[in-house]
Design a binder for this molecule. Structure first.
Ligand code: SF4
Length: 107
């Protein structure tokens, strides 16, 4: 059973998920310079709250009591789930999700 945690503002993962649709609307199309995701990884310090898995289960895996891992086949979903991955990284209560983007094309 995943732990229920709250961030420093008392927001639980359930609360953050409820805010997701609001922020999806409010952030849609506001960052045209956002580049494609090339790599996602988890730094040390995960507290196994499962928020990221709730947001993007095809990318993040949190098994019982274990630290989150990025699924081996996650890269196939980076484009489709780009927004969810960024939300997970932004909402991770201990800020351990790292996202790397492709280099900007020079034209
Ligand atoms: S990486 Fe962050 S959001 Fe994902 S389970 Fe760990 S602490 Fe929670």
């Amino acid at each position: 059973m995943p732990k229920t945690v709250a961030d420093e503002n008392g927001r639980t993962s359930r609360y953050l998920l409820q805010q997701r649709s609001v922020r999806r609307y409010s952030t849609a199309g506001t960052n045209p310079k956002l580049m494609k995701i090339s790599k996602v990884w988890i730094d040390d310090g995960c507290i196994s709250c499962s928020l990221c898995q709730d947001l993007a289960p095809d990318v993040f895996l949190v098994e019982d009591g274990e630290d989150c891992v990025v699924r081996p086949d996650a890269q196939a979903h980076f484009t489709n789930l780009e927004e969810d991955i960024h939300l997970a990284a932004a909402d991770c209560p201990v800020d351990v999700i790292r996202v790397e983007h492709e280099e900007a094309a020079v034209s």
